[in-house]
Design a protein. Structure first.
Length: 399
């Protein structure tokens, strides 16, 4: 008997230690039915939404929740509105009690009611959260936001071992029917949905030059775009061919084969991750077309400004440098030396044999150590680039 008690104690201690060893993140959200959205033509409309500060005015979309894969996430929700709300974790693998569907979990009552959701952050990717009480109306009123799960290894990649990137953007496209917003329907009395305004991150037309929407990069940058459809119609993103747009993930899961294409059609609730890696400088737009949910007629076009400038570095010197890699083959670390040092910012990138960039890093010194433990064994191409020159070297990993 005493041995059984001892075993139970050991198991309890192990479970307690395991719980403490898991990284944890806590977020506070407040449900609000008091918000105002300024539209592109200068008019305003009422919105509902989630905010991360008590008493803050709701805006579109709600706060972006960013966590790391494998973290224990706690989401504390306070309802500052008169109606009940929930938080549904759209696309996340959570248990029924934390899924935010009121019929199978719980509602958060109005007038300062509270509720808590907990979950382990799943696969790195792009997800959404939204209210699931009378969800057709509450979602349209603006009660939604994005959840981004980053790789567990902390790398600036789409997922562990996935494509590396230099900059990232979140584009949440949606629509607004001002008739619903001026007089929110309830119960079964829901009129037909006929949106008059079409948004990306709550903005349209000239508002899309805002820093959270318009892309500003240099031509050497790889840009990751997280696209989510928070509307009720189909949204079609059209990328100029010069951007080499490649779809790498769908609904929080990596694609087994990356899909380079100029058009990405997104249905309600879907999310895609798209990588832009242009071969040259670019100054133009990405077109977003919005389609009617009843007859598929195109209703509107938005144009998102996109600019990949030539890099400017006044300290750079035009030197035909050489690259030396050691050891090669390598198991965990590569030392990369540049001689003579061109005295400029240099970008190191590692590509697989299909041309997909897996790692990228900038440095100013004459040498750098590269941790390759996240890459499987095989052959790769290492590239060093500055403003004037590009050098490529084959490398072999034996991890």
């Amino acid at each position: 008997m005493k041995y059984l008690v001892l075993v139970c104690i050991i198991i309890l201690m192990f479970c307690a230690n395991s719980q403490h060893s898991i990284a944890q993140s806590t977020f506070n959200l407040y449900a609000r039915m008091a918000g105002n959205l300024q539209l592109w033509d200068g008019s305003n409309t009422d919105v509902w939404g989630f905010v991360d500060e008590f008493g803050e005015t709701a805006a579109l979309p709600g706060p972006t929740i960013i966590v790391r894969e494998g973290e224990l996430v706690t989401l504390n929700v306070t309802n500052q509105s008169p109606l009940a709300h929930t938080v549904h974790l759209h696309g996340l693998d959570v248990d029924q009690m934390n899924d935010g569907v009121p019929q199978t979990s719980f509602e958060i009552p109005g007038m300062m009611g509270t509720g808590t959701y907990t979950f382990i952050a799943p696969h790195a990717g792009t997800y959404m959260y939204h209210c699931h009480v009378e969800s057709v109306v509450h979602f349209q009123m603006g009660m939604y936001g994005a959840i981004i799960v980053t790789p567990s290894d902390g790398s600036q990649t789409a997922w562990t071992g996935g494509p590396a990137y230099d900059k990232e953007y979140l584009w949440m496209s949606s629509e607004v029917d001002v008739n619903w917003h001026e007089s929110p329907p309830s119960g079964k009395d829901v009129p037909l949905y006929h949106p008059q305004y079409f948004l990306v991150n709550g903005k349209s037309k000239q508002q899309l030059s805002a820093a959270d929407v318009a892309i500003e990069a240099v031509k050497e940058d790889v840009v990751l775009i997280r696209i989510a459809n928070a509307g009720y119609g189909v949204h079609k993103y059209c990328f100029p061919s010069q951007l080499n747009a490649t779809v790498v993930s769908s609904d929080g899961r990596p694609l087994p084969i990356f899909d380079q294409r100029d058009t990405v059609e997104i249905f309600p609730g879907e999310r895609y991750m798209v990588v832009l890696d242009p071969d040259s400088s670019f100054n133009g737009i990405v077109n977003v077309a919005y389609f009617d949910m009843y007859d598929d007629d195109m209703l509107f076009n938005n144009e998102i400004p996109v600019k990949f400038d030539e890099a400017t570095n006044t300290s750079a010197v035009n030197i035909n440098f050489q690259v030396r890699v050691s050891p090669n083959p390598a198991s965990t670390l590569l030392r990369v030396a540049v001689t003579p040092d061109p005295n400029s910012l240099k970008r190191l990138s590692v590509y697989d044999l299909n041309g997909i960039r897996l790692l990228t890093q900038s440095f100013n010194s004459s040498s750098i150590e590269l941790d390759t433990r996240g890459l499987p064994a095989g052959q790769y191409i290492l590239q060093i680039r500055n403003e004037f020159s590009v050098k490529s070297v084959p490398i072999f990993l034996t991890n």
